[in-house]
Design a protein around this ligand. Structure first.
Ligand SMILES: *[C@@H]1O[C@H](CO)[C@@H](O)[C@H](O)[C@H]1NC(C)=O
Ligand SMILES: *[C@@H]1O[C@H](CO)[C@@H](O)[C@H](O)[C@H]1NC(C)=O
Ligand SMILES: *[C@@H]1O[C@H](CO)[C@@H](O)[C@H](O)[C@H]1NC(C)=O
Ligand SMILES: *[C@@H]1O[C@H](CO)[C@@H](O)[C@H](O)[C@H]1NC(C)=O
Length: 468
């Protein structure tokens, strides 16, 4: 163990990271290789709604031991991105962010939370848009801007779920997007994408997309335009099909998108157990030209029954059969091909112009005169939001944790994060995990995104979890 720790410490001079991605037209692109990136995501809100508890210094990325456990499980599944909803910018997330980074996973972060004063109110947005609200969202940017695996921020989640809300909320969400982009421009050293996560309510979906992606004539640098657009969709249930699920309609709607489109949530849970056959459609010819993957809802079991893993109060985890079903589906995908599609420079379509005629649904806002900054907010954008913990990647020299893991079949499992080599993202089937007791943690090369003919060995099902 001593020898091994010394080796790890030596290697620690280089902070390895997931490759940096940029948004080019309607795709995420690995800038170094020119390959398009597909999100293979997992909604991660460990502890459920109680998992975000700023008064007790707790949120889903604040406990390194828990992140070691969950990153290991998600790595064995094939996840390359987590989506985290409710975060406290005044907590330190260095350990968790660094663990997910080395496990080859990006983070998509919501800047809002359900607590009072921490999100835009769908019914009375003007009441919720003030400097104190922006202050916390800017602090989220400060908190996460330094991590190379921060993929994007959501300025809003399902703020517009019916036409009535569509009448008033869109200008406010677009204003928050503008404010976040201005804050990032002033205080971050890269342009981290900002976008919206929509409810898949067909009355308002197309208008929401157009309202956020359109370019306002004469607006400097298109600062209020969303960089990405995502939707929470539960229309593929059981053994469905591309047509039956209505996924085909989404592809038809979004095929002219000027920004990346992906599912910020998917995974209908009726019927149960789930079969996750949509994976083959999402990461296949049906959708890949138009969508950039999706985020499965969700890692940990809650009352609403969407979880893949049951987490007990003592931190022990029992995987559910849905975990294995999802993993099986991921293992059927040819990830080397999926993640090495060359981005075509011609595929980037220009955004539509913001105009009244762009909005189709009667009652949905077609007012592109955005609310002006509330008093005190410009000072924050210029001078910074005070008090945030500014995150940075740290070295993790020990990935072990002592929570018991049980497979869906009742077997005891041992799994730890395999730290990936630089410029790698996690991919299903490439990480065999590490059996404790072998005393030999070999660096896993992972999957080099875009590497020519990268050999991705599809290990047999359950390869990531070595039964004891
Ligand atoms: C911003 O948040 C910090 C930390 O909580 C606080 O000290 C400051 O007063 C806030 N500023 C505004 C304008 O809300
Ligand atoms: C805004 O975006 C449009 C479309 O990409 C582009 O043509 C225009 O030049 C941009 N405007 C500014 C002021 O950057
Ligand atoms: C459009 O919104 C702006 C700011 O939110 C507001 O001042 C203006 O009155 C609105 N215009 C119309 C026609 O409703
Ligand atoms: C660890 O495993 C690698 C690959 O199987 C092997 O080459 C190496 O000798 C092992 N090291 C130890 C200390 O067992």
């Amino acid at each position: 163990m001593l020898v091994q720790s010394a080796l790890v410490a030596l290697g620690a001079t280089v902070v390895a990271a997931v490759p940096s991605l940029t948004v080019q037209g309607n795709k995420f692109v690995n800038a170094a290789t020119g390959s398009e990136f597909q999100v293979v995501g997992m909604a991660y809100q460990i502890g459920g709604s109680a998992g975000y508890d700023p008064s007790h210094g707790k949120d889903p990325l604040s406990d390194g031991k828990v992140c070691k456990r969950d990153a290991a499980l998600m790595q064995s599944l094939g996840i390359n991105t987590i989506r985290v909803y409710n975060l406290d910018p005044y907590l330190n997330h260095d350990e968790c962010a660094s663990i997910f980074n080395k496990a080859g996973m990006y983070m998509i972060l919501d800047v809002n939370s359900p607590l009072a004063g921490e999100s835009i109110n769908s019914e009375a947005p003007w009441e919720s848009y003030y400097a104190g609200y922006l202050n916390r969202t800017f602090a989220i940017v400060d908190n996460f801007k330094g991590y190379p695996n921060t993929l994007a921020f959501f300025s809003g989640n399902e703020v517009i779920s019916n036409v009535e809300q569509g009448g008033t909320a869109p200008p406010y969400v677009r204003a928050v997007t503008r404010d976040l982009k201005n804050y990032i421009k002033n205080h971050a050293d890269r342009a981290i994408p900002v976008g919206y996560s929509a409810a898949d309510v067909r009355d308002v979906l197309e208008d929401s997309w157009n309202y956020f992606q359109c370019a306002i004539d004469g607006e400097e640098d298109n600062m209020s335009k969303a960089d990405i657009f995502a939707l929470n969709s539960y229309s593929w249930c059981g053994e469905s099909t591309f047509q039956e699920s209505g996924y085909d309609q989404l592809v038809a709607m979004f095929k002219t998108s000027s920004v990346p489109i992906f599912y910020s949530e998917f995974g209908c849970n009726t019927p149960s157990p789930r079969v996750f056959t949509e994976i083959q459609s999402i990461y296949g010819p049906d959708m890949m030209g138009v969508f950039s993957g999706g985020v499965v809802y969700e890692f940990a079991q809650e009352k609403n029954n969407y979880g893949l893993a049951d987490v007990a109060d003592d931190g022990s985890v029992k995987l559910l059969s849905d975990f294995d079903s999802l993993k099986n589906q991921y293992l059927k995908v040819d990830w080397a091909s999926v993640q090495s599609v060359k981005a075509s420079t011609s595929s980037s379509s220009n955004p539509p112009k913001c105009a009244e005629s762009l909005i189709k649904e009667e009652g949905f806002s077609n007012n592109f005169t955005l609310p002006v900054l509330p008093p005190g907010a410009q000072e924050l954008i210029d001078g910074g939001a005070p008090g945030a913990v500014i995150g940075k990647i740290i070295d993790i020299d020990d990935y072990s944790f002592d929570y018991a893991i049980t497979g869906a079949d009742g077997s005891k499992l041992t799994v730890t994060v395999s730290p990936l080599a630089d410029d790698s993202t996690n991919v299903a089937g490439s990480n065999s995990g590490t059996s404790s007791g072998s005393g030999n943690k070999t660096e896993n090369a992972g999957f080099k995104v875009g590497a020519k003919a990268a050999p991705v060995v599809l290990l047999p099902f359950l390869a990531g979890l070595m039964a004891l």
